[in-house]
Design a protein around this ligand. Structure first.
Ligand code: APR
Length: 234
């Protein structure tokens, strides 16, 4: 039997919008209400860690009340036909909860905490609240396991390798404003077919043909699935 084609999907906040989680840069997005330098940067943690904890505790509480949507489920079902690898900028676990098995989190995971002294010390958070005084095994304050602005993106090399091996590369629900994640589409080989699902116009940093599906993730993934199954004659 032929080796399954490698389908690499880069997802952003729009992927989880239909699950009720806010995006960042749209009207009513998180960054309209919060200043990133106060809640999502190392200097914010230095200045006011309680405010940072509160911001992520609120988002964690909301995540625990959210469910995967049809978009998440549709991508999980594509594993029946393709070797699917998800590279997500999202810190939620909705891809995994929808059944996707290969998920690489570029910007961290909301349900985990990391040591302030040693980022390799990562722990599952029980419930939604991470508090000041919650310490790692080295006695250092636990912080959200999230990659903040200005911090290195640990899994970038792995993500770039995955993107370069893709037969099909799909971007879903990302404004492609934040690097290095936004540059991943540029690693896709010239033989790979490129797709983008977003209800709004998104400019991708590549000068080659991209199949645009101008829809929300739920409906967009259904259309993508139909077209890929036709194209690859399943
Ligand atoms: N389905 C698909 N896409 C959607 C939907 C939907 N239902 N609703 C909105 N979108 C699209 C928007 O049109 C926009 O292009 O999702 C995109 C969301 O863009 P951003 O809010 O900029 O989110 P993202 O690209 O994931 O941000 C990247 O920036 O703030 C940091 O670390 C954070 O990982 C995040 C990174």
């Amino acid at each position: 039997m032929d080796k399954k084609k490698k389908l690499v999907v880069l997802t952003g906040a729009g992927m989880s919008a239909e699950s009720g989680l806010r995006t960042f840069r749209e009207m009513g997005g998180l960054w309209e209400e919060y200043d990133v330098t106060e809640v999502a940067a190392p200097e914010a943690w230095e200045r006011n860690p309680e405010l940072v904890q509160r911001f992520y505790n609120e988002r964690r509480k909301q995540l625990l009340e959210s469910e995967p949507n049809n978009g998440h489920r549709g991508i999980a079902e594509l594993e029946n036909y393709f070797d699917v690898h998800i590279i997500t900028q999202n810190i939620d676990d909705l891809h995994e909860r929808a059944g996707s098995r290969k998920v690489l989190h570029l910007h961290g995971e909301l349900k985990k905490a990391q040591s302030s002294a040693d980022p390799n010390l990562v722990y599952e958070i029980d419930g939604w609240e991470l508090k000041m005084g919650d310490l790692c095994e080295k006695g250092s304050q636990l912080r959200p396991n999230v990659v903040w602005f200005g911090e290195p993106v640990p899994h970038m090399i792995e993500a770039a390798r995955l993107a370069s091996e893709a037969d099909i590369f799909v971007v879903i629900g990302s404004s492609l404003n934040v690097y290095p994640a936004a540059g991943l589409i540029g690693y896709a080989s010239h033989n790979a077919s490129l797709w983008l699902i977003d209800p709004a116009d998104v400019i991708a940093p590549v000068s080659r043909h991209i199949e645009i599906i101008k829809e929300k993730a739920g409906k967009g993934v259904t259309i993508l699935t139909r077209r890929l199954l036709e194209e690859y004659a399943f």
